[in-house]
Design a protein around this ligand. Structure first.
Ligand code: AMP
Length: 218
């Protein structure tokens, strides 16, 4: 299964990706996570990307496409993948299409996570990531369980807020989404790949809608 998750920041793409990874055994490829790893490791790419990310803007298409090309060449992506937060612009979507056409592995679907814009800011402001295992929680809607979430893998969760989840940056990220990423719904609709889901509601409900949207159509 090769799928793209589309949706505004805070629409639940990352959380649902993590659930799908567990069920289907295909990797989540999050360009945001890949970029944050570069920032953490202090690579040249990470140093360039950090100020752009902190400002809530998009990293340039060539950098992103190069990073994705490298990631999709890894053995674990051979059976499929979930692209989370990529593509975010029409040139990225075109680049992906060419990349996959060249290896004869086209996308199966692009799922659009539909969430009321008023809810997005609240979801993002409550988002916390476990510094050890990378799992994402939400102090409003999906608080970390007690005892710790990672089944003992990482011990006591150390929850942190991403720098770009601060209120002042969130407004910019939502505006960038509207301008640059929202048009991708039309791009995938034209190709017959778009599946929209209502992404409001509790986690299992949204997961069930997602599974229904991804079920083979006959
Ligand atoms: P995310 O974790 O997907 O919300 O991404 C965090 C930040 O990383 C974004 O606000 C952008 O600055 C950058 N980023 C992630 N994915 C992309 C992408 N596909 N294209 C451009 N910038 C990206």
């Amino acid at each position: 299964m090769r799928i793209v998750f589309l949706g505004a920041p805070g629409s639940g793409k990352g959380t649902q990706s993590q659930r799908l990874v567990e069920r289907h055994g295909i990797p989540q490829v999050s360009t945001g996570d890949l970029l944050r790893a570069h920032v953490r490791d202090g690579t040249e790419l990470g140093r360039r990307a950090k100020s752009v990310m902190d400002a809530g803007q998009l990293v340039d298409d060539a950098t992103i496409l190069g990073m994705v090309r490298e990631r999709l060449a890894a053995p674990d992506a051979a059976r499929g993948f979930i692209l989370d937060g990529f593509p975010r612009t029409v040139p990225q979507a075109e680049g992906l299409e060419q990349m996959l056409a060249a290896i004869g592995q086209p996308l199966d679907a692009a799922v659009l996570f539909d969430v009321d814009s008023g809810l997005l800011a609240k979801r993002i402001s409550g988002r916390r990531t476990c510094q050890d295992c990378g799992r994402v929680f939400n102090v409003h809607t999906a608080p970390p369980p007690s005892p710790p979430p990672c089944g003992g893998q990482c011990g006591t969760p150390r929850l942190v807020q991403r720098p770009d989840d601060k209120e002042e940056t969130v407004a910019r990220r939502l505006a960038v989404y509207d301008e640059q990423t929202r048009p991708l719904a039309g791009f995938y609709e034209q190709r017959g790949l778009l599946r929209s889901i209502d992404a409001e509601g509790d986690l299992p409900t949204v997961t069930a809608r997602l599974e229904a949207a991804l079920a083979p159509r006959g």
